[in-house]
Ligand binder design. Structure first.
Ligand code: NAD
Length: 510
């Protein structure tokens, strides 16, 4: 893979955002690029004690911010959206450099941030509560929604900036402050994002706004810092995105202190290809969902159930596409599949392929393509594995481009296979049979948080609520009414009469 000086590129991007160069060196956290494995910065990390102090300050910011009317809070997020538009190219490139996404996906991730800002601005005038019929005369019952407190955000490497924005844009219009612990694998993009937020905040206050300092706080550190966030009593909500293993650690700790959790964990997403599927459309849908982002999306397609009648028409074409897809430097035009994030991801992929073989699978692809470089970058040919059954590693999420293909002959069997894994994030069916399509999205259909027809399982838009069931954690973020998780609901009953009728006819005259 061609060598470029990525650290200079990164320094230039951060300088253009006003980040002092001194921030990029002298620390102990090694920031690296999966493009060539080079070190792009040595970052200072925060200590657990400093983290506690930072959270206390974020709480003080919350106490002020909750008093600002919601539409005025929305103005700050409108300005954030403007700043993101201005710096889209710079931040998108940084996402490509630090997370290894191809250029259009790096830019797409920033576009997702812009989209959620637009959504949140509108939402800032729509934090509606109900007025509810009451059984008592001269009473009114209503529900009101109030800011909740400090919102903790823990994010994964593969969506290094969009996940922050899904949470922060909503949390801030809802009247909360935010404290963000990004992945230790992608700290540079977090620093850039915080600088962009600071620009919006400065403009907001210069225009007469009253946004407090520490409204958005960034914590650079490893999981131990995440643990401080999870345990801090002044953080009533933590939205944590990452592996199911992380969720298993974080969920009970939050429950132990009765804090709220939005858990967005691993997926093991499937698609069914039915006899009536449009195979050209299916091929493109499957290729993007399974190989896009080098299989490192939580919604990446990992299991494909193909009906006997179309197996031979589809699968050889897919194998051919896997063999010819352009893998390489994600910054270069024409590349469709970039690198794996690190050696750990490569080793995990090889282990899963070996297990699949042992379980009777036929593996096509999967080898490292830049072995001879001797460097710390990991480019692989995406793997497609024909499996005799849903067994071995097929039931696990391997965060790499492996697609397991299994034949089926009965629709209900395919549906059962779709649901027969511990995870429940995303799913899809390719069919032109109305009955199958409707059954798939019905009560007896897919048990996932996302169920699509004639598109793959990945690439969600921000307008819908995002998240999944079972070991995916049950959380919902982004659109629809996901905002409710970031607020506290109060039911208010107001007596505007002169008597005191009790509900359910209870008498209590003293
Ligand atoms: P990871 O679990 O290794 O790390 C995610 C984040 O959690 C990091 O910031 C890490 O420091 C922190 N963390 C880990 N253990 C912690 C603990 N005990 N307490 C507090 N914080 C802790 O995940 P990753 O490798 O960065 O990302 C890949 C995983 O994330 C995949 O499983 C993928 O499916 C999942 N993911 C899910 C979604 C979703 O919306 N469902 C989105 C993106 C990624």
């Amino acid at each position: 893979m061609a060598k470029t000086d990525l650290s200079k590129d990164v320094a230039g991007i951060l300088a253009s955002l006003g980040v002092p160069t001194a921030c990029l060196s002298g620390g102990t956290l090694k920031a690296r690029s999966p493009i060539d494995g080079s070190v792009i910065g040595m970052l200072k990390t925060i200590s657990p004690i400093e983290t506690t102090v930072a959270i206390d300050k974020a709480h003080a910011a919350f106490l002020e911010w909750r008093l600002v009317p919601a539409p005025k809070r929305g103005e700050l997020i409108r300005l954030l959206g403007e700043e993101l538009r201005t710096h889209k190219d710079a931040l998108g490139r940084l996402v490509s450099i630090e997370a290894g996404k191809i250029t259009s996906e790096g830019l797409g991730e920033v576009q997702e941030m812009i989209d959620i800002c637009d959504f949140a601005v509108g939402l800032s005038r729509q934090l509606y509560g109900l007025t509810i019929a009451t059984e008592r005369s001269e009473h009114r019952m209503m529900e009101t929604w109030h800011p909740l407190g400090v919102t903790g955000i823990i994010s994964a490497f593969n969506f290094p900036v969009a996940v922050w924005c899904w949470n922060a844009a909503l949390a801030i219009v809802c009247g909360n402050s935010t404290v963000w612990k990004p992945s230790e694998k992608t700290p540079m993009t977090a620093i850039a994002t915080q600088a962009i937020f600071d620009k919006a905040l400065k403009r907001y206050n210069e225009a007469g706004g009253a946004a407090p300092a520490n409204l958005s706080t960034l914590l650079i550190g490893d999981r131990a810092i995440g643990e401080v966030l999870v345990d801090h009593p002044k953080v009533p909500l933590v939205s944590a995105t990452g592996s199911t293993a992380m969720g298993r650690a974080v969920g009970p700790r939050l429950a132990g202190r009765f804090a709220r959790a939005i858990l967005e964990l691993g997926g093991n997403n499937a698609a069914i290809v039915a006899p009536t599927a449009d195979l050209d459309l299916t091929l493109r849908g499957v290729a993007f969902a399974a190989m896009g982002t080098a299989g490192q999306r939580c919604t990446s397609l990992r299991r494909l159930f193909v009906h006997d009648s179309v197996y031979d028409a589809l699968v050889p074409r897919l194998i051919k596409a896997y063999g010819s897809v352009t893998v390489g430097n994600p910054l270069e035009t024409g590349t469709l599949v970039g690198p794996l994030i690190d050696k750990g991801a490569f080793d995990g992929m090889q282990k899963a392929l070996a297990a699949a073989k042992a379980a009777g699978g036929t593996v096509h692809g999967g080898a490292r393509m830049n072995e001879s470089d001797g460097g710390d970058a990991y480019y692989v040919r995406p793997a497609i594995v024909e499996m005799p059954s849903q067994s071995g590693p097929v039931k696990e999420e391997t965060f790499a481009p492996i697609l397991y293909v299994i034949r089926y002959s009965d629709f209900n069997d395919a549906l059962a296979l779709n649901n027969d894994v511990p995870q429940g994030l995303s799913s899809s069916i390719f069919t032109n049979d109305l009955r199958e399509a409707e059954a798939f999205v019905s009560d007896r259909g897919s048990d996932c948080g996302i169920a699509n027809v004639n598109i793959g399982p990945s690439g969600a838009e921000i307008g819908g609520a995002f998240g999944g069931e079972k070991e995916t954690g049950g959380g919902r973020e982004s659109g629809s009414d996901a905002w409710k998780a970031y607020m506290r609901r109060a039911t208010n009953t107001v007596n505007f009469g002169r008597s005191l009728p009790l509900a359910q006819g209870v008498k209590f005259d003293v």
